[in-house]
Design a protein around this ligand. Sequence first.
Ligand code: FES
Length: 311
Amino acid sequence: MRKIIHRVTTEIKEIILDNDIKTLILTDPDNWPLPPFSAGSHIDVYLPSGKIRQYSLCGDPDISNEYIISVKGEKEGRGGSQEVHELRKGDILPVSLPRNNFPLMPAQNYLFIAGGIGVTPFLSMIPVLERSNSQWELHICASNKNNIPCSRLLKSYMEDERVHWHFSEEGNRISIPQVINEVSLGQQLYCCGPEKMLMEFENLNSEISERVHIEHFGFNKPIDDPAYEIYLKRSDKTILVPRGETMLNALWNADIEVPASCEGGVCLECKTRYLEGVPAHRDLTMKIADRDNYLTPCVSGCSSSRLVLDI
Ligand code: FES
C-alpha cells in the first residue's frame, strides 16, 4: 500500500519542448502562491499511473507562483519520464512539498559541474547567487552544441564567460582531475549528472572532498530480476516478487504499507531491515555498513532464492 505523504495541487500552465527535454511550468490552479522552496530543491511528481518521480526545481526561488521542472525523455527508463512527456497543458499534477538535499552551503564562491539534464538544480541556484553577488562558475557537459540541455532556460547565460561548455563529440570532454586541481580555497563544488561522472567525485581522495556536494538522479533502468520469494517475518507472510517487478510493488500489491518517495534508490525512505538472504543492492546513497542489515525495496533485488524481511 503506497503511503502518500503530502500533496500540492498544480496545473500545467505551459510546456516548452527543447530537443528531448520537456520543461513544465506548474502553477496553482487558482493562481495562489505555491509553497516556497530554496535553491537546489526538488519535488516528487505524482503521475497519473501512480508512479512517483523526483525532479529538481529549476526556476528562481523568488518567483513564488510557479514551479519549473525539466524532464528528459528516457526511452530505456522505467516509464516515468515518458509519462511526463505525455502530459498536456492544463493537466492537473499533484506534487509534494519541495525538499532540499542539495542546498547551497554558505560560501563566496561556487563551482557547478552539470552533466546533461543535471544542469537543472543549478538553474535555481544561479539567480540566488546573482542577487547576493556571490561568485560562481558553471561547467556544462553535453554531446554537441545541438544537444544543450534546457537551452531555453539557459538562454541568458549562453554568452556568459562564467559558463564553460564541454562537448564530447567535439573532443572537448571535461577533465575531472583538471577541474579538481583548479578548485580554489573555500570554493564549494557541486555536481549533478550521470552516475559515472558522480563516481569520479565520490571516489575522490582529496582535501576538497568535504566541499564536494553530489546530487544523484536515481536508478533508472528497468528491473529484470527472475522471480523470488520474500518472507515477512513479523507478519508471517510469504510474497512472490514476479520477474520484472520491484520488491516495493510486490509489497504494495500485497497491501503491506511501506513508505517510499523517489523509487530510485536515492531518498532511503523505503529502507527496510532484512534478516536472511542476499539482496542485490542497487541504491545510490546507503552507507556501505548499513547494507549488511538494510535494503531498499524500490530498486534492490535478490541474489538468493529468498529474502526474509523484518516486517
Ligand atoms: S523510495 Fe527512495 S530509496 Fe526507495
